[in-house]
Design a protein around this ligand. Structure first.
Ligand SMILES: Nc1ncnc2c1ncn2[C@@H]1O[C@H](COP(=O)(O)OP(=O)(O)OP(=O)(O)O)[C@@H](O)[C@H]1O
Length: 700
């Protein structure tokens, strides 16, 4: 048995207690909590006659490197702040790691809400809880740590109403290596609290990711649940990336103060550089109403059953609910499984596929951009390994934090963060993560053909994200068309080899030259710096109506999906009615829909950008300007009125909203038809599909 922290401090006070590092010195009482790979018990530390909490982590349920876990456990021991749960000590026993912590008798805010405040806490309680959390965060950030899992379930309350941020350290380490999502049970977190830049993982993130999670937690405490919590993880990702940030905007939120709404709005800004630091947030007027810990004890703990009993009751309640809903849950699971097996779920992130689309052989210049585009999604450990020198993607990334530097001085390079002002970038990323485009990469002989059968035959060559599965999937891939993780990783390496130019197992469009190919993971600025002007010809329109199957066109999507150079109008391969059902079951139709829509968005962005530059040059030019040199020399200036530019611009801007609507409609359609397909109800063209009509008119 090995252990650390034998002489751990006893809570930062003068008294220092020696916590033993032998299992025999602890008597485990009842279970008081469960995480993905750990069970937490109330326990007695016999030599000290002190009640403690013991978190028992099962290595067999994790893939984490033991050294990492130990290191993190050690970090927990070094923590010394009244608002962060520290570890007294830790040690291993067989296949388990025991982390000894102070016992937080109130349990987590989530448990308290579930037990007695299902619709959330009152504002003064929230302000008090959040102020304490912010103090803890300020401490962590100041010491170069990002918590990365701020949520009500990790805000613990002690017997006197003291508030501490828990789950820092060990589980964050586990999070890195993806184990949270390995266990497929109800305890697995969804990305509801995850900041957009963490989801994107294109350029890393810093302590401000915690501020986003903090804002989501504020909403969680106000409503009793986090925004989007009823949706499946992938939808949450998509919604977080695409939708406006959530807030206290509903009728039911009228009871909350303006200060509260403002405070949340400050946290939930998609551009991390615009989020305040914990220190700055603490100065918000909202926190003036925060009260003492006694107030919390009174409001939250009085009359509350013991933690063990509460936990047990909640567990039983969950179990009986499960039993009651067994049938429908079974159905849901079935549908979910089917979705994943078929690979047509919109929540099936096909990162490899996207990467292979985007890279087109030559774009992977740095070690992160291609090889790890999916790994970087959540697996920071492997990212760290792949990251170029100097790019620290670890949880200590926030070493850059300087408490004295407030909002305007940002640890991250501003050019590397996503911005709400860059919808195309966001959408691109959303689609990179959320849009199923399996059908877009095919073997050579399928590439130019409209042969759906052929596409389906080769669906087994479509690489899928094993990481996605590890993190989010509800089922493993199986026989019908998708890959085992082994196969997937083989394919990943194939793709990587191809990216490096070692053979080309995939057909690459001639029309997208290496030079013109995008640097997918570059910043928005880089995006703008492209030297090759995109050719933008035509748009398309999706309107309710009927599918005009006869107007099937050859798929141009493979090329267009390179997302930077559009050599021709992205067209939609509309299946014949006979093929429609199988196409939909195969998902390729939706994939094409997503891709066409995505292409459209990007085109719009490029046009907007070009117009902006034109306006900046105080001139107007007919036709589509060069992206590389939008400022046409004065000799070539036309007399077109600048008014026409602004008219066009507003039209294009209006199109953005429409595109978002369309995206949601497609998602809905897919969900419904997936469900139908799962029930075996699809016979012939589904009604949903029949309501779609495509034309190549301007999107209005
Ligand atoms: N020190 C503690 N005192 C009392 N209860 C605790 C303590 N630590 C954890 N718990 C309870 O156990 C639950 C699970 O613990 P913890 O969050 O550390 O595990 P985890 O595996 O990291 O979970 P997850 O990753 O799902 O958040 C917590 O939500 C909380 O209710």
């Amino acid at each position: 048995m090995t252990g650390t922290g034998e002489k751990a401090a006893g809570g930062g006070g003068a008294e220092r207690r020696k916590y033993p590092i032998h299992v025999d010195d602890y008597e485990l009482y009842e279970e008081i909590g469960q995480g993905v790979s750990a069970i937490v018990y109330r326990a007695l530390c016999k030599p000290l006659d002190e009640v403690v909490a013991v978190k028992v982590l099962d290595f067999e349920r994790t893939n984490s490197d033991l050294n990492n876990i130990m290191r993190e456990a050690q970090t927990m021991i070094l923590i010394d702040h009244p608002n962060v749960v520290k570890a007294h000590c830790s040690f291993t026993k067989d296949q388990t790691l025991w982390v000894i912590m102070p016992y937080m008798a109130g349990g987590s805010c989530l448990h308290i809400m579930k037990s007695v405040h299902p619709t959330g806490f009152e504002e003064a309680v929230i302000a008090t809880v959040l102020r304490e959390v912010l103090r803890g965060l300020e401490y962590l950030h100041h010491h170069g740590h990002i918590h990365r899992d701020v949520k009500a379930g990790n805000i613990l309350v002690d017997s006197r109403g003291g508030i501490k941020l828990g789950d820092f350290g060990v589980s964050a380490c586990l999070f890195d290596s993806g184990d949270r999502q390995r266990a497929r049970n109800t305890f697995v977190g969804t990305p509801c609290w995850m900041a957009p830049e963490v989801m994107e993982q294109l350029h890393g993130y810093d302590f401000r990711a915690d501020i986003w999670s903090f804002g989501i937690t504020a909403l969680e405490l106000a409503h009793g649940h986090a925004p989007f919590s009823k949706y499946p993880p992938m939808k949450v990702l998509l919604m977080t990336l695409q939708n406006a940030p959530p807030g206290l905007d509903y009728e039911r939120d009228k009871k909350f103060s303006r200060n509260f709404k403002q405070m949340i709005a400050m946290c939930l800004v998609k551009d991390p550089s615009k989020r305040p630091s914990a220190k700055k947030l603490l100065k918000q007027p909202f926190f003036k109403q925060a009260r003492s810990t006694d107030f919390i004890a009174r409001k939250l703990l009085e009359g509350l059953p013991g933690l063990g009993a509460r936990y047990q009751a909640l567990k039983e309640k969950d179990e009986s609910l499960m039993a009651q809903k067994k049938m429908s849950d079974g159905k849901k699971e079935e549908i979910s499984q089917d979705e994943y097996k078929r690979g047509i779920s919109s929540w099936n992130f096909d990162m490899d596929d996207l990467r292979s689309q985007a890279s087109l052989g030559t774009e992977c210049e740095d070690s992160i951009s291609c090889k790890d585009s999916d790994a970087s999604f959540f697996d920071l450990d492997s990212l760290q390994e792949q990251a170029p020198e100097g790019l620290n993607m670890s949880r200590d990334f926030s070493m850059k934090y300087d408490a004295d530097i407030e909002n305007d001085v940002i640890a991250n390079d501003k050019s590397t963060v996503s911005s709400p002002d860059q919808p195309a970038c966001l959408l691109r990323n959303a689609s990179m993560r959320g849009m199923p485009i399996n059908g877009l990469v095919k073997k050579d002989n399928c590439m130019e053909s409209n042969d759906l059968e052929c596409q389906e035959r080769h669906s087994d060559i479509i690489p899928t994200s094993s990481l996605h599965e590890r993190k989010f999937s509800l089922s493993s891939r199986s026989s019908d068309g998708l890959l085992s993780s082994k196969e997937s990783s083989k394919l990943q390496s194939n793709i990587h080899n191809r990216d490096k130019g070692n053979g080309a197992p995939w057909h690459v469009s001639d029309e997208t030259s290496p030079e013109a190919a995008p640097k997918l993971h570059k910043s928005a600025e880089d995006h703008d710096d492209r030297s090759k002007p995109p050719l933008i010809r035509g748009r398309f329109k999706v309107i309710p109506g009927h599918v005009d199957f006869d107007k099937a066109q050859s798929p141009g999507l493979q090329k267009c999906h390179s997302m930077q150079t559009f050599s021709r109008l992205p067209s939609l391969s509309i299946p014949s009615s006979a093929e429609a059902a199988s196409s939909i079951i195969g998902g390729s139709f939706y994939m094409q829909l997503y891709s066409v829509l995505q292409t459209n968005m990007l085109q719009r962005e490029q046009i907007l950008h070009a117009m902006k530059q034109l306006s900046g040059c105080d001139m107007a030019s007919p036709g589509v300007p060069s992206m590389a040199s939008p400022c046409i020399p004065s000799t070539s200036r036309s007399t077109s009125p600048s008014a026409s530019i602004s008219v066009d611009r507003s039209m294009l801007e209006a199109a953005h909203e429409k595109e978002k609507e369309l995206m949601n409609e497609i998602l809905e359609l897919q969900w419904r038809s997936d469900a139908q397909a799962a029930k075996g109800a699809i016979k012939g063209a589904p009604y949903d599909l029949c309501r779609l009509r495509f034309s190549s008119d301007l999107l209005a």
